[in-house]
Design a protein around this ligand. Structure first.
Ligand code: G3P
Length: 226
């Protein structure tokens, strides 16, 4: 499973890109709204220069014509730009029209398997089930990933990838991989937590303490010999 970063914050993207694990970035209007004063086009173009992989830019029109117009505009910014459209009937039409022009789409706000199937049939490059928000409603977000993966597997003509979104904690990342997601898009904080383990910290502290003791002993031995 590949890892994307779910943010529009350039500082976070620069830092995570250095870790060598990022295959793409997803943004959305709420994430952009957190970057006060940032220009959308500049932000997307900058992200494309930082991460070599699909970069999702979301449309804000509510009708297919508007989504297609935005999609065509965003796709011209960089070959890696993927157009995010919502899982609505207007969104389906936009995906099929954009796909016919060779523009890749990420169908977002997926909350059931039928939405994922229809998005795939319309020609979506990826579908984004929002697992955290499903969990928030007391349903099982991971079951949604498993169900979509089973349906896609039974239909070999479907090439659409499953992108687990609305990831809230490291366990979501592991479970998404086990459930059959091709990609998990993670907030920066979740990615950092994925590499955190108290036994790693304790082990490092003990290795370094032993090394310093060894150096002290060797220095003492050298001084005594001299
Ligand atoms: O990738 C979608 C994500 O940004 C939404 O996350 O935590 O607001 O449900 P959340």
């Amino acid at each position: 499973m590949k890892i994307y970063l779910d943010t529009a914050n350039l500082g976070e993207i620069r830092e995570a890109a250095r870790w060598g694990i990022l295959s793409g970035v997803t943004t959305n209007p709420s994430l952009m709204a957190q970057e006060e004063g940032a220009d959308f086009e500049d932000t997307i173009r900058t992200i494309c220069g930082l991460v070599d992989g699909p970069i999702s830019a979301e449309t804000v029109s509510e009708d297919a014509d508007g989504m297609v117009a935005e999609g065509v505009e965003f796709a011209a910014w960089h070959p890696n730009v993927i157009i995010k459209v919502p899982a609505t009937l207007q969104g389906l039409e936009a995906v099929s029209r954009l796909a016919r022009r060779g523009i890749r789409c990420n169908v977002t706000l997926i909350f059931n398997t039928n939405q994922a199937l229809m998005a795939a049939l319309a020609g979506a490059f990826v579908v984004s089930p929002f697992i955290g928000r499903v969990d928030d409603m007391s349903y099982d977000g991971m079951e949604l990933i498993r169900e979509i993966a089973a349906v896609f597997d039974q239909n070999p003509e479907i090439r659409t990838q499953i992108l687990a979104a609305s990831i809230r904690h490291p366990r979501h990342v592991t479970e998404s991989a086990l459930a059959g997601a091709h990609i998990a898009t993670c907030p920066f904080g979740v990615l950092k937590k994925c590499m955190k383990h108290p036994l790693t910290d304790l082990g490092m502290a003990s290795f370094l303490a032993d090394w310093r003791k060894r150096e002290a002993r060797m220095a003492l031995a050298a001084a005594t010999a001299g």
